[in-house]
Design a binder for this molecule. Structure first.
Ligand SMILES: *[C@@H]1O[C@H](CO)[C@@H](O)[C@H](O)[C@H]1NC(C)=O
Ligand SMILES: *[C@@H]1O[C@H](CO)[C@@H](O)[C@H](O)[C@H]1NC(C)=O
Ligand SMILES: *[C@@H]1O[C@H](CO)[C@@H](O)[C@H](O)[C@H]1NC(C)=O
Ligand SMILES: *[C@@H]1O[C@H](CO)[C@@H](O)[C@H](O)[C@H]1NC(C)=O
Length: 388
């Protein structure tokens, strides 16, 4: 597992934990990247559904004593490395905006892979705990997805879940005297650290990777981290690579200023619809986080550009040598990444045109009661980052 590489290069933004996705096409491409990642870095905990357990006394509302409602929070136990003894160690993978064990699709195990690597050295018992609402397909086990239910989707409630689970698990798994350490990356990295901060009596230590402890609205600092990764030889970047991307986007910004420029961009990038770039929401959704898929989850074993900075920069370098401008290189890379998405099975074929519609994006965020396949995830996550 390439955790050391992740640790160096995980970058975080306003949509920390999930890549910054701003329209449907990007969302689909990002999902493809994640599926691809999951294949090369298989889930840390690989359990069938039957070995998942549930904690059904988990409170729905930890801050209102008169609300007695409970829900069933699932957790996974892996004792492959565990040795019970005087000084038992428990590693708890704190779930973030996805199931931490990744049974189907969507695994986000980068956040806890280092826990699995460390387990043999500490003979640790591995536990993974899902985050409320993000359990996905097992619909009955999560609080309701209606507006009333969403009220209970917050990091503050989730932290109380972690603490309550710790007390429960210590009892049912006979781990009272064990040393507990929380793990997480990105959003769940923040939860991991906050759990230790709030409950030092329950958690001995926390591993908190790439956690946005002080995230901000319109988090520009995110891009600084992206930029330093793209320029860093340690993770396959080069200063020239960053320069190409920077210049390409500067050229793009110039073209966005004029009517003729926008028409030219629509053609270059093969955008769908009638003059989509005249709508500032479309522009923000498409270009606000950059027009190519760079790396939130860099992995030197990944075979496509969207999750491997070395391949991204390698291809971009060839393209910018062959083409008249840096912008043209971005156009070419964008096209290339669409082909990669086809190759990884994300989409059936290269789209006829690129849909950057803001309304389409909003539609894709609709949370639906009966969708139990993980497709509510972006809607739930967007709800959470907007409300927090
Ligand atoms: C995970 O479990 C499935 C089903 O038992 C199995 O097919 C797969 O090879 C396992 N993956 C790993 C990495 O162990
Ligand atoms: C787990 O259960 C879900 C729904 O009950 C099913 O779709 C999925 O294939 C199951 N996964 C495994 C590994 O059995
Ligand atoms: C607390 O829960 C009770 C019972 O569900 C409910 O009637 C009340 O409105 C809640 N209070 C707050 C402040 O949410
Ligand atoms: C370009 O990306 C592909 C993966 O799509 C990779 O196989 C190839 O090695 C990359 N080329 C360079 C020069 O990095």
């Amino acid at each position: 597992m390439a955790w050391s590489v992740f640790a160096l290069t995980l970058v975080l933004g306003v949509s920390c934990g999930r890549p910054p996705v701003t329209n449907r096409a990007k969302l689909e491409r990002q999902e493809a990247v994640e599926r691809h990642q999951a294949q090369i870095d298989p889930p840390a905990i690989n359990l069938s559904n039957s070995s998942l357990q549930s904690f059904c006394q988990q409170r729905l509302d930890h801050f209102n004593k008169t609300n007695q409602k409970t829900w069933c929070q699932r957790f996974a136990v892996d004792d492959s490395f565990y040795q019970r003894g005087e000084r038992s160690v428990v590693f708890l993978c704190v779930g973030g905006e996805d199931r931490p064990w990744g049974t189907s699709g969507w695994p986000h195990l980068q956040t806890c892979n280092n826990m699995v690597q460390l387990a043999p050295r500490f003979n640790a018992l591995l536990l993974c705990l899902e985050h409320r609402h993000y359990g996905g397909y097992d619909f009955d086990a999560v609080p309701k997805f209606d507006l009333e239910g969403l009220h209970f989707l917050s990091s503050r409630q989730a932290l109380e879940d972690v603490a309550a689970f710790r007390v429960y698990a210590a009892e049912v798994l006979d781990l009272q005297t064990a040393t507990w350490v929380t793990f997480g990356g990105s959003y769940s990295g923040a939860l991991s650290a906050w759990a230790r901060l709030l409950y030092p009596d329950l958690f001995h230590a926390a591993v908190s990777s790439s956690a946005p402890m002080e995230s901000q609205l319109n988090f520009r600092g995110y891009h600084d981290v992206v930029a330093s990764s793209l320029a860093s030889p340690h993770v396959g970047g080069t200063p020239q690579c960053l320069a190409t991307i920077t210049k390409g986007h500067a050229q793009l910004r110039e073209l966005l200023r004029t009517t003729l420029g926008r028409r030219s961009l629509e053609k270059k990038f093969n955008l769908c619809g009638h003059r989509p770039l005249d709508d500032s929401n479309n522009v923000a959704g498409w270009a606000g986080m950059g027009v190519i898929t760079s790396n939130q989850y860099n992995n030197n074993r990944c075979s496509i550009t969207s999750c491997n900075i070395r391949l991204l920069c390698g291809n971009l370098s060839l393209m910018s040598e062959a083409l008249p401008s840096e912008l043209d290189a971005l156009v070419e890379l964008d096209r290339f990444q669409q082909e990669e998405a086809v190759a990884t099975g994300a989409v059936q074929s290269v789209e006829k045109c690129k849909d950057i519609s803001w309304n389409g994006y909003l539609e894709s965020l609709q949370i639906q009661e009966k969708r139990t396949d993980g497709s509510n995830l972006m809607g739930l996550w967007t709800y959470q980052i907007c409300t927090e």
